[in-house]
Design a protein around this ligand. Sequence first.
Ligand code: GLP
Length: 246
Amino acid sequence: MRIKINESQELFDQAAAKVIADCIRKKPAATIGLATGHTPKGMYEALVQLYQDNQVDFSMVKVLNLDEYLGVDLNNPGTCMSYLTERFYKHVNLSKSNIHFFNSEADDYEEECRRYDRHIEMVGGIDLLILGIGYNGHLGFNEPGTKFDTTVHVEKLTDITRTANTWSFGEKDKVPTHGITLGMKNIMHAGKLMLMVNGKKKAGILHEAIYGEVTEALPASVVQLHNDLVLVVDADAAAEIDNIGK
Ligand code: GLP
């Protein structure tokens, strides 16, 4: 595990954007999985800036969304697709055909899951997967208790998650009850993981995830078993991490 601790929000955003840019420089046609949430907002801004400064070229890059809410129109501003489109996709030179996303209103969700799994296989796997962590230790929409051998699947969202994500839909009651997500197995099969964590409120769960028992009760603990994990944190989230540096 490599840990990058950043003293300011700006440095946190830039450090995370650099991990993505470095991956693309190494492999211009890389496949990158992308998370949403408060945590990576500034990272996407930093990435757009790198693109505008001609520091990174997305023309051959393939992206896929990590997760999505179910039962809402994809154009709803609360969806992960809207988030990524508004903050990232529409500002860079990604080819439309290289943006892979969930159909949030599929007639058959089981088939939609299999379609997504097949896509990952077809592109040769995910080279770099960006992750955040939920207050309950979720990854993507893999809520506590999700089996480590799951592939793409539908999850019932916990109350904690729906409350935390109220900001996306304005009111908690409007936050969908279910999500579709890469599974724990998809996550572990990614070539490289970047886990981004910031803010004091995440310090406890982060510490538990990286130093505690690896257990399905705390999905993010699985990252301990990945052999290429970069953890990008800010000083607040790192408050309980003792082995600084590297
Ligand atoms: C959300 C998303 C995750 C995200 C996580 C953390 O529910 N499904 O992909 O990484 O929770 O979100 P935030 O950064 O807002 O704390």
